[in-house]
Design a protein around this ligand. Structure first.
Ligand code: NAI
Length: 306
């Protein structure tokens, strides 16, 4: 089994390290910055004797190396810097992702792609369009991270183990995310029955701003440990064919009344990629929040084509 990661920055390299240390798959780490992917790969390998793994990782600048990958994770590109508008980011990363997509189509035409680069729902759309892959093989990472952040905050609030918490965040990965309170539970009990509404509201707001909270603390970088864990969980469900339900950004074709956009919804992931979109009975308010989120993404798709 082979996983390729395009972009050897914070998220890409941390994901590579998790995969290699856990022996999940061999890894190819690719970056355009000369030597960076090679250097980080060697650094990871040199931990093998200490951590006891024999998994392989190759750092490279050449796409030939990604041939025969089961999964290709796309983390190449910029994160938003102060003063950069979302539109600036959209166009800068859009160009990078188009190039990455051409190379994936050429060198790893049978792979499953996990788009991560922001704005993720839109970069997923670009990867899908340019590769021409079926929607089952383009599955964006967003909801896994947002749901994990939500679950962590719920566990902190209630002093309950994260293992007792199931949380679900749908919608666009960004300000438009839609945390689903009726489907978020602690030991099976909906959170609304356990946490007072003002506290719950504060937790939802903190989840929405989860990425920004970390950028604010770190100044010159954004989150990467939890993002890498979120990517890892998706790859693990795919490679081990575990059929886990993980909220992810996939192309909707009428599900939830949405068509033609990548939007975060709960999906079942196995070795064919997207196996099923789980359709939940949403409340009227949640449905309208999801529709709003999808409209913002659709607007982004139009901006991409301008
Ligand atoms: P980073 O700046 O540490 O790494 C980006 C890497 O991409 C750099 O090593 C750079 O050399 C490389 N790169 C740039 N152009 C390339 C190209 N054409 N081909 C190959 N490599 C190229 O950034 P970081 O923190 O790793 O984040 C990466 C992206 O992931 C950002 O867009 C960020 O916003 C996004 N992100 C998304 C998350 C999500 O939940 N979907 C969570 C965290 C980050």
């Amino acid at each position: 089994r082979k996983v390729s990661i395009i972009g050897a920055g914070n998220v890409g390299a941390t994901t590579a390290q998790k995969i290699v240390e856990n022996g999940l798959a061999d890894v190819v780490l690719l970056d355009i910055r000369d030597g960076v992917a090679q250097g980080k790969s060697l650094d990871i390998l040199e931990a093998g004797p200490l951590m006891g793994f024999d998994t392989r990782i190759v750092g490279t600048g050449h796409y030939e190396e990604i041939a025969d990958s089961s999964v290709v994770v796309v983390t190449a590109g910029f994160s938003r810097k102060p003063g950069m508008s979302r539109d600036d980011l959209l166009h800068k990363n859009g160009e990078i992702i188009r190039d990455v997509a051409h190379n994936i189509r050429k060198f790893a035409p049978d792979s499953i792609i996990i788009p991560v680069t922001n704005p993720m729902d839109l970069m997923a759309y670009v990867l899908w369009r340019v590769t021409g892959f079926p929607r089952e093989r383009v599955i964006g990472m967003g909801g896994a991270l947002d749901s994990s952040r939500f679950a962590y905050f719920l566990s902190e609030e209630t002093r309950t183990s994260v293992s007792n918490i199931h949380s679900l965040v749908m919608g666009g990965h960004g300000d438009q995310m839609v945390p689903l309170l009726d489907f978020s539970t602690i030991a099976g009990v909906p959170v609304r029955k356990i946490i007072p509404s003002d506290r719950l509201e504060a937790i939802v707001t903190r989840t929405r701003n989860g990425g920004a909270e970390i950028v604010h603390l770190m100044k010159d970088s954004s989150a990467y440990f939890a993002p890498a864990a979120a990517i890892y969980s998706m790859i693990e469900s795919i490679l081990h064919d575990r059929h886990r339900i993980i909220p992810s950004s996939v192309l909707l074709e009428g599900e939830y009344g949405i068509r033609g956009a990548f939007v975060g919804v709960p999906v079942r992931l196995g070795n064919q990629g997207l196996e099923e979109i789980i359709q939940l009975p949403l409340s009227a308010e949640e449905s309208s929040q999801l529709a709003h989120s999808a409209a913002v993404i659709a607007e982004g798709i139009s901006a991409l084509n301008r």
